[in-house]
Design a protein around this ligand. Sequence first.
Ligand code: ADP
Ligand code: MG
Length: 686
Amino acid sequence: MDIFTRLTPAILKTTKDYIAALEAIEIMTVGDLLRYLPRDYEDLSQMMTLLKAPLGEKVTLRGTIDKLKLVRTRSKKQLIQGVFIDEDGETAQVVWFNQPHIMRMLKDGDDVVFTGKIVENGYKLQIQSPTFESAKREIMLHGGRIVPVYPQHNIINTKWLREKMALVKPVIDQLEDPLPKEVVEENGLLSYRDTVRALHFPDDLALTEKAKERLAFEELYGLQREALLKKQEWQGHHQKRLEIPMDTELIKALFASLSFTPTNSQKIAIYEILRDMEKDRPMSRLLEGDVGSGKTLVAVSVMANVIRRGGQCALMVPTEVLAKQHSEGITRLLVNFHRYLTDQKKADHAFPHLPSIVLLTGSTPSSEALAIKQGLATGTIDLVIGTHALIEESVTFKDLKLVIVDEQHRFGVMQRAKLKEKGSPHFLAMTATPIPRTLALTAFGDHDLSVLLEKPGNRKKIHTKVVPPKDRTTVERFIDHEIEQGRQVFVICPLITESAHDEMAEVKNVETERARLQHEFPKRSITMLHGKMTPAEKEEIMRRFKARESDILVSTSVIEVGIDIPNATIIVIEGSERFGLAQLHQFRGRVGRSDIQSHCFLFTTSPEQARSQRLKAMEQHDSGFMLAEIDLQLRGPGELYGLRQSGIGLTRLSGLLNPELVVKARRAAEKVLGMVGTSSGTGLNV
Ligand code: ADP
Ligand code: MG
């Protein structure tokens, strides 16, 4: 028998049914079977006696069986009864339901080891449906040791697997290590064989832990390798035209033209990006920064540098509202900058002309869109801001050097492929979703990473309160008082879980909430926003809200983020327990955009939820990164916002909770791929 031996009933001492069930989950050979690993362990290493064993917990007992009999219950069920006598002579009743075959496997007087739960049945102790094996057996499989628990598939269950793994155990010594030998050695990992042995036959829990860590490493390594290959592929071949020298004087002048001083984080990020763009390969970088951390200035600075060198830029955002807001804000910044340069008589030197900036979205009139496309193709336009419309085939550029994608971490492979056709520009993705570093490095491992850690200006911390149902009235009175003072309020409706894809349910939800609020706040004007509205309708509502035409804006949770309304200082989130911390934090970022004290109220459906550790974290922390780390620890990687969209099934990735392991795996993959040193700037050295 070796790892390639095809599994048969004879080899596994089993029936055809079992072999078929294994084949259904692609376990064909002995090697495949050995690679089917446990998902958990139970410590049954201590032998108990009936008097010592805790009730209701799984325990292992040794003793003799007696008085076995098969009876039929009134409901026609088959019941096996027997008496178990432990080593101290204490007795308990044993029962099995509907397993008549047990009569063939046990007989009175057998020495057995039982593993199961003991319950009190009247005055007697009863052991219900225990697993058992002969006490004379050399190796105990199901009790009297730490036992592995396997994922169950059809008839393939844990007990069966423990038996079969024992049969094929010797073949472990032939397994090939999927990791390169030097990776195993350099990182002090267990060999694959030792790992598999420690996982199937866990005599030593410390060793089993090391084995799990090695598996986690292997998984992370695989992801890193894949990501780095993607990066290599994106960076393809050298292109002289992509080398864009950094103009430090220009950046300094841009800073001087601002009404504020850039934060250190902003300066560092700008520097990292500009340095990347001096190379002759397309940049692939992710800029992470909390809502309000000033990502726009970073984008503007690097775009200014490109435009100054005669290249074109495209800024892509997920929604029309955001596109419009960016185009206004960025135009204002660059016009100011140009005016500053002109006043300083520096224009000739640094920034020859007022950059030409256009907005292109799905609702741009077609004649205008045509003119824009021409301008982009001939190079008279320096910067285009817009939605996905930007990467349509009909849009061509004379010399596209930089693409920035804002608030869109779902930017897919397809879209990247389209960018290649547009001249493989430098690529920068910006996201306000605070992704823990380990996760960013894994899920977006094909990007280098820049992070904005500080918040600009001297913004006040947003006062955050988790509100149990009984305090609702008090809080609503406070809100009414704030509205009286001229403030405005956002209300986010709860996430509709049952019918997430039913947009009408979402609309109804908003309407119900609006009606309720109108009842609570009879004097106030309330508007609403939901996904069924056209972009023009949404924009009109936002414009009017910004112009203070209403006091309260009710919206669904899926409505866009990033809208700047400084006078809105209160945000209420209904059913907050349904949201992840990262998402709550993102909602909260809609307020606190001025020097006025802002408030965030997290309403919960039940009083218990208001006490949850997770929601309480919102009261304590105002850093998105901190909250993301907490979410990762409390809910595990699978739940994290942004991860599912990344397309990586990280169900097993416990390794993400271990930052050192992530870094080790990335370093190892870089080394094997000959990419040593490219991780500077990914924050690995922090
Ligand atoms: P986000 O990272 O969420 O995109 P923005 O770029 O929209 O943040 O910036 C939020 C606000 O902070 C804007 O009004 C911007 O002008 C302002 N801002 C950006 N950088 C600074 C800074 N260094 N000091 C003070 N205000 C700043
Ligand atoms: Mg932004």
